[in-house]
Design a protein around this ligand. Structure first.
Ligand code: ADP
Length: 483
């Protein structure tokens, strides 16, 4: 008996130039099952091995996988530079689109101050160097030089980078998907700057630096708001006079869309489901935290709003607060709007509730063990609020199949997960306490009796950006070929 997903044949050969080829015959009952199996394989296997697929009903060579040998570059294979540019930092990864392996990753920090360059490759090179980076262009220059360096690099020429994928925070209502970066796109994004004054201008500085240094390289913009653009007016409109939406586009946008998309699809893939047929609630619980309701592959609600301030109690952000309380506070403490916003963004959340003990859930946990009441209260409020949102999103979707925890707290804090799930017994959720202590890229923590699948999935925003970027690049190439 050969089970779906089980390798039934391995043929190994050596080419004249010494490269190894391995063909695996893999029986699968469906594409989901096969993809799941493939993604479970260790990274070195995925790169060195090629596949011959046969499905259970013996239809050999399903079109899901095209055999190819290691070292060979397929037509559609791309090297993608993923850039996430902030005001004084620039995170990067070089990803091979075919194997989805990260060839190099790192971050340029303290841009415009002094400059620290952190860099790591899949060949084990690790750097942390002080390098002068007066601006983002200088930072990209350092990055490109290192990528092609004979000893430290992973490329022989920076023109090996086929396409650059930029993480862009706010696309307003203009961008509902990823796009090729053109002058028009930059203009449209600049018009969204007011919506995200802390993020969008910093993103655009990174785009400009890359365009200047690599003018011939295709660039793609991937927006953090785009996946949430499927929300309907009943979910995205505030109870404010309609004219403010018409005049200023004041509405809920939702954030963390790149992560919500990756995680909701990965969870369905892990469970062998079609993402277009399931209702999933994704709890992205990091320093910034948001929850989304993803019904049949489309977001119908997201807990963040016009800005990332709305929704859950976060590391330092307040989440939902009655605006009337803020007016009262402003009067009592004689504060103006910027001061109030600073308190809401930087001094609130679990940090504020714990009386400035910490915004880090590990430190709060340690403090709770030592009977720090405010630290315990901060964690309790956090879990309670997450559970309330999950409950309301189960109602919004008229049911839920999967609940998925992700990001720093969601992936690592099993106690918080257990506490949140204890509120959700009414949904028929039961957790396996042993499985809940597991640590893997993706795993299920609900037990066999649970009516809802509860999972933990490591988010991978860079990989999602690389996938979107590759897709847009392929479409662009197809259009060019047609034209
Ligand atoms: P962001 O991307 O919003 O900065 P992350 O997703 O990286 O946030 O999450 C960071 C948070 O994750 C930290 O502030 C910390 O509270 C939490 N975290 C990280 N590791 C653990 C852990 N092992 N246990 C509990 N919390 C953790």
């Amino acid at each position: 008996m050969v089970y779906p997903g089980e390798a039934y044949r391995e043929d190994m050969g050596t080419l004249s130039d010494g490269r190894i080829t391995v063909h695996i015959g893999l029986r699968t009952c469906c594409a989901d099952c096969m993809l799941n199996w493939a993604s479970e394989q260790k990274s070195h296997r995925r790169r060195r091995f090629s596949w011959i697929f046969a499905c259970c009903c013996e239809r050999v060579n399903s079109n899901m996988g095209e055999p190819h040998t290691a070292g060979q570059r397929r037509d559609e294979e791309m090297k993608i530079l993923v850039i996430n540019s902030g005001s004084s930092s620039l995170k990067f990864q070089v990803i091979d689109s075919d194997s989805e392996q990260v060839m190099a990753r790192g971050v340029c920090e303290r841009i415009g101050i002094d400059g620290i360059f952190n860099y790591k490759t899949d060949k084990g090179i690790v750097l942390k160097e002080e390098v002068s980076m007066p601006d983002h262009k200088a930072a990209v220059n350092v990055l490109l030089k290192t990528l092609v360096d004979k000893e430290k690099g992973v490329l022989s020429d920076y023109r090996e980078i086929d396409v650059i994928g930029h993480r862009l925070v706010h696309g307003g209502e203009k961008f509902t998907g990823s796009v090729v970066v053109t002058d028009e796109v930059i203009q449209a994004m600049t018009e969204c700057n007011d919506l995200a004054p802390l993020h969008n201008p910093a993103n655009l500085v990174g785009v400009a630096a890359c365009r200047e240094l690599m003018p011939d390289t295709l660039m793609v913009g991937v927006f953090d708001t785009a996946f949430n653009q499927t929300m309907e007016p009943k979910a995205f409109l505030y109870g404010l006079p309609y004219q403010y939406y018409e005049k200023y586009k004041i509405r809920r946008y939702g954030f963390h869309g790149i992560s919500h998309k990756y995680v909701s699809y990965r969870a369905a893939q892990f469970l062998g489901q079609d993402p277009k047929r399931v209702k999933t609630i994704v709890c992205h619980l990091g320093n910034g935290a948001s929850i989304s309701a993803v019904k049949y592959g489309r977001v119908i609600d997201n807990s963040m709003g016009f800005t990332p301030l709305e929704g859950l109690v976060m590391g330092t952000r307040c989440g939902d607060v009655d605006p009337g309380a803020l007016e009262y506070l402003a009067k009592k403490e004689n504060l103006d709007f910027p001061q109030i916003m600073m308190i809401l963004n930087q001094e609130s959340g679990v940090l504020g509730i714990s009386k400035n003990y910490s915004s880090d859930f590990r430190e709060l946990k340690d403090a709770e063990i030592k009977y720090n009441e405010k630290a315990a209260l901060a964690r309790e409020i956090f879990a309670y609020k997450v559970a309330k949102y999950v409950g309301s999103y189960a109602a919004a979707m008229n049911g839920v199949d999967n609940i998925v925890f992700t990001a720093g707290v969601g992936e690592n804090d099993s106690d918080i997960r257990e506490e949140i799930c204890s509120y959700l017994e009414f949904l028929g959720i039961t957790i396996d306490e042993v499985k809940n202590r597991d640590r893997k890229e993706a795993f299920k923590i609900s037990d066999g009796a649970s009516r809802v699948n509860v999972l933990v999935v490591q988010t991978n925003e860079e990989l999602e950006i690389a996938r979107e970027t590759a897709e847009v690049a392929r479409q662009n190439k197809a259009l060019e070929n047609k034209g």
